[in-house]
Design a protein around this ligand. Structure first.
Ligand code: ATP
Length: 293
């Protein structure tokens, strides 16, 4: 549904995207993660048409999004990182305006808006001016603008930033439902557990490229977890050690004649993956990100 190939984008001499390639199939949720400045928002803005790339190609459905942008973007629902809503009118009116631009009219439009407002737990505040809503409510209205009309491609840029647990779970349920109905979803977040909840495919961005893609299990396979052992002898301190093979490490302790009282193995998770990503990003040469003078 979305195929971005080798996107390059410069801001002055700074290379924000450096061969960014990503595909998303119908029904797939791709969790786009990476450290601050990795290029996630620039990618979303290029697909949205707000920013023009210096090189690369984008297909949305069967359309070349850089040549026939208007037609391609009819297939797209976007929730940008900064909310972009009319503050003086109600959530329902904001949705009417956007649904109108997407070609929805009359009863069908109103029915869809009512359903999306309900889905995102916004019915009670739907007729209040958006400017008078809380930050979390505004973010949900923004997500609603992306979802109304059920576009086949959704781009959600940190839709749950600052959301309380109630807001977050309503949003996640709505995203899951859209994917189950066949929408392709790009979802950027710094809250990694959300991506596990969504059963998302992960795409790791670093320095303007997607450097790894896969399920959480695939991407964390070679990362160490942690083995925690307490011992029967109270004089022996608790052992906490990184491990890629807890069984072998435990067998080695037993072979040394030590008697564990309790054993706990923490498997590597997304946070470990993220930390490694940050660590390798820190090791990069600063010039790596900039164009030659
Ligand atoms: P975050 O997680 O903080 O939202 P991100 O992965 O979305 O980060 P981008 O916002 O895409 O990263 O930024 C990528 C790079 O491009 C950064 O080095 C950033 O400073 C630079 N950049 C982004 N937008 C602009 C702009 N309008 N003008 C100049 N530089 C920009």
């Amino acid at each position: 549904m979305l195929k971005a190939d080798e996107l390059v984008k410069y801001y002055g001499r700074r290379r924000a995207l450096d061969g960014f390639t990503l595909t998303v199939a119908p029904g797939e949720i791709v969790g786009l993660i990476g450290h601050n400045g990795a290029g996630k928002t620039t990618f979303v803005e290029i697909v949205t048409g707000l920013v023009r790339p210096d090189a690369g190609r984008i297909r949305i459905g069967t359309h070349d999004a850089l040549r026939s942008g208007r037609t391609a973007r009819r297939l797209l629902g976007v929730a940008p990182q900064e909310t972009a809503l009319y503050g003086s009118v109600s959530a329902r009116e904001n949705l009417r305006l956007l649904a109108g631009l997407a070609g929805l009219r009359g009863r069908r439009r109103d029915a869809e808006i009512t359903a999306v407002l309900e889905e995102l737990h916004l019915t009670a505040v739907a007729d209040r001016a958006v400017g008078a809503l809380s930050g979390g409510q505004r973010r949900r209205v923004q997500a609603a603008t992306a979802m109304v009309g059920s576009p086949p491609l959704l781009l959600l840029d940190e839709p749950t930033a600052g959301a309380d647990p109630h807001t977050r779970s309503a949003l996640l349920a709505a995203v899951r439902a859209r994917a189950e109905a066949g929408a392709a979803v790009v979802y950027t977040t710094h809250y990694l557990p959300e991506l596990v909840d969504l059963d998302a495919t992960l795409a790791l961005a670093r320095a303007g490229r997607v450097v790894a893609r896969g399920t959480q299990r695939e991407l964390t396979r070679d990362l160490p977890g942690e083995l925690r052992v307490t011992f029967a002898d109270p004089a022996e301190p608790e052992l906490r050690t990184p491990t890629v093979d807890p069984g072998a490490d435990l067998a080695a302790l037993l072979a040394e004649g030590r008697t564990p009282a309790s054993v706990d193995v923490r498997r590597p998770g997304l946070d470990d993956l993220y930390q490694r990503l940050e660590a390798t990003a820190d090791e990069r040469q600063p010039e790596r990100h900039d164009a030659a003078a």
